[in-house]
Write a protein that binds this ligand. Structure first.
Ligand code: GDP
Ligand code: IMO
Ligand code: MG
Length: 428
């Protein structure tokens, strides 16, 4: 069997959590492959909203298993907080949740370093979620990191101290105050609690699953435009958010990737710094933020909002080999007289292009828009594609035509049920 990959095609927060939860029942295993507690994946069903940061979004389906892959960076304190929030939902964690021994550990000084680096960057800051993501991946690549499997080793504390000393030495070069003992106590408590979880050799776990004919959905975090290689560097996260990340983050061979589900919002949002060509600073932007409730699921920060950027979407589809598109938050576009969609970029000399450049969106570029007629209908309770307004059908057709990949799902609300199938998706 193949592994299907689900990932975000923009700057994160496309609605991945909702769709993973929606699709999970079709799979035996949901596997998160990268990122860490910088992610905030929202799921809504039975009138309850859940936000998951590190636990895969299939966890509410009792019949399926979930695994945190080796490509993830894991904060034990945040993990245990998430586990406590699940307490009331009767989830059999021993049967349902598995953690890769090779996942890297975020230790308290990683978070402190993240904050110190950001402060030192001043107005050039990345707008990190300050969850220690960059410093932890930095240690992984520099071969200094600690992995989850290390917590049971007799010399764990000694290795922890060595890593911490390195961090403290670095921090002594920064004008940054912090209180380590308070956070360290919570860290070691969480480490003790984590020893009771299923710590596994995830690459065997996943490949054994595959070879016995079981189906796997790989859950991405962040979005392709935040990818360490293909995002708007340096305003990116520190992991491979693209389909390739599912191979390295889970131990799956490229030939075993099946469908690639690309999730995008019907418009664009971004949290943190970095170029965003179609960003709106007017009342249309305010309307998107308000109607879309565009405030970060992890940090609560207001998200920057703008029109859909089709060259960027097509770029993300190319990098990932997307086979099926899911368009989220179509309901948020209700109420506009006109909707704009960016189809080209124009530089200062007037020349147009539909390619992402070296800086992705250089300062001299302007978006070239096509204007489309909006609609006033409220979509929250629509259940069939045909019942959606004609103007929205035209919007969907236009995007499909431009990008060259079918949109199989149109989402019209945060709830699991508010999901419209345009065309039954193919799963591996
Ligand atoms: P993720 O990080 O990709 O999982 O996305 P987030 O959970 O950070 O942000 C998506 C937000 O949009 C959440 O608050 C979801 O509940 C919400 N959402 C998802 N799909 C829809 C939709 O179709 N319409 C509306 N209005 N909200 C949605
Ligand atoms: P999900 O999985 C949106 C952004 C941050 C910042 C940059 C680097 O919920 O879609 P980091 O903490 O990784 O060093 O931050 O990336 N960012 C996200 N934006 N959704 C996310 O995750 C994000 N994870 C990181 O805002 O600009
Ligand atoms: Mg999110």
């Amino acid at each position: 069997m193949s592994v299907d990959v689900l990932l975000g095609l923009q700057w994160g927060d496309e609605g991945k959590g909702k769709v993973v939860d929606y699709l999970a029942r079709k799979y035996d295993l949901v596997a998160r492959f990268q990122g860490g507690p910088n992610a905030g994946h929202t799921l809504e069903f039975d009138g309850i909203k859940h936000v998951l940061h590190q636990i895969p979004s299939g966890i509410f389906h009792k019949e399926i298993k979930n695994i945190v892959g080796n490509g993830v960076v894991l904060d034990p304190v945040i993990f245990m907080n998430e586990i406590r929030k699940l307490d009331q939902f009767n989830i059999d964690l021993a049967a349902q949740l598995f953690l890769s021994k090779k996942a890297q550990l975020i230790i308290p000084t990683h978070r402190i370093l993240d904050a110190a680096y950001e402060k030192a960057k001043g107005k050039n800051k990345i707008g990190s979620t300050l969850r220690g993501i960059g410093p932890t991946y930095q240690d992984k690549i520099a071969r200094n990191g600690l992995r989850l499997g290390d917590i049971v080793s007799p010399n764990f504390e000694e290795r922890y101290s060595r890593l911490q000393q390195r961090h403290l030495k670095t921090l002594s070069n920064y004008d940054f105050e912090f209180d380590l003992p308070a956070v360290e106590k919570d860290f070691f408590e969480a480490i003790e609690q984590m020893k009771d979880f299923n710590l596994v050799n995830s690459e065997y776990f996943i490949n054994d699953y595959m070879s016995t004919g079981k189906t796997i959905l790989a859950e991405g975090a962040q979005g392709s435009l935040l990818d360490i290689d293909f995002g708007s560097y340096p305003f990116v996260t520190s992991s491979t958010t693209t389909a390739a990340g599912a191979c390295t983050g889970l131990g799956i061979a490229p030939a075993n990737i099946g469908e690639v589900f690309g999730i995008f919002k019907a418009y664009c949002t971004r949290v943190g710094s970095g170029p965003f060509l179609t960003e709106l600073f007017d009342e249309d932007g305010e309307q998107l933020r308000k109607t879309g409730n565009e405030f970060g699921a992890t940090t609560g920060r207001p998200r920057r909002c703008g029109w859909l950027d089709l060259p960027a979407l097509k770029y993300a589809v190319m990098i990932n080999g997307v086979t099926q598109l899911f368009m989220m938050k179509a309901d948020v576009l209700s109420g506009f007289d006109q909707i704009k969609v960016c189809t080209q970029y124009q530089d200062a000399s007037g020349e147009v292009s539909n390619e992402m450049g070296f800086e992705q969106h250089g300062d001299d570029l302007k978006p070239v828009y096509v204007e489309m007629e909006g609609w006033k209908d409220v979509l929250d309770n629509v259940t069939s594609y045909d019942a959606l307004p004609d103007q929205l059908h035209k919007y969907v057709d236009f995007i499909e035509e431009y990008v060259g990949v079918p949109i199989n799902i149109v989402s019209v609300g945060p709830d699991r049920e508010q999901t419209i199938i345009k065309q039954e998706m193919v799963i591996s």
